[in-house]
Design a binder for this molecule. Structure first.
Ligand code: SF4
Ligand code: SF4
Length: 173
């Protein structure tokens, strides 16, 4: 059956995601370094990933996407698999086994760019035009200018809406 949904342009979406990666590298300032304790990779609800991230991880590992992903229904998306303790399957000896290709959500930690980022436990307030975020183990602290945060969060939201619409097209076709 032919869907009435408009299929988003994949090349444009990929460019938007690449740009988001560059933006967080450029604008998230580290105040206190990560101590690699692995706590933020445990007790996870979901580490949602995009199709481009799944492809990148698959190429890096030389393994099929189904080996390390699970389907999430609402909203339609895919996420990294977890073990029986809700720890990401890529955490080994408190190290990320896919560090060079880790997804956006992991690159930004403890900063968050979702619509509920400023209600998250990692958000620690706004001072002198910067939003501050602190990780669960309180070791890693980062800050980002409010205007950069707004730019990244709105671009990320636009990007994810298109990704969800892409999944909707696939599921309905
Ligand atoms: S961000 Fe924090 S919780 Fe995560 S590994 Fe680094 S120090 Fe540990
Ligand atoms: S992909 Fe790496 S950084 Fe992200 S949750 Fe898994 S182990 Fe942690």
């Amino acid at each position: 059956m032919v869907s009435n949904h408009i299929i988003p342009d994949l090349t444009d979406l990929k460019k938007t995601e690449d740009n988001l990666y560059r933006l967080i590298d450029k604008t998230v300032e580290i105040i206190s370094e990560c101590r690699m304790c692995g706590e933020c990779c445990k007790n996870l609800e979901f580490i949602r990933i995009t199709p481009f991230e799944a492809d990148r991880i698959s190429k890096y590992l030389k393994r099929p996407i189904r080996d390390f992903t699970t389907i999430v229904r609402n909203p339609p998306s895919i996420a990294l698999k977890k073990d029986e303790n809700n720890t990401c399957i890529f955490l080994k000896d408190n190290r990320c086994m896919i560090h060079p290709v880790r997804p956006f959500q992991c690159r930004a930690i403890p900063a968050m760019f979702s619509s509920t980022a400023l209600e998250s436990p990692t958000y620690k307030g706004c001072r002198n035009g910067y939003y501050y975020f602190e990780c669960p183990s309180t070791n890693c602290v980062v800050r980002i200018r409010v205007e950069d945060f707004i730019r990244i969060a709105s671009t990320r939201l636009f990007f994810l809406e298109n990704i969800i619409s892409l999944y909707s097209v696939i599921l309905r076709s």
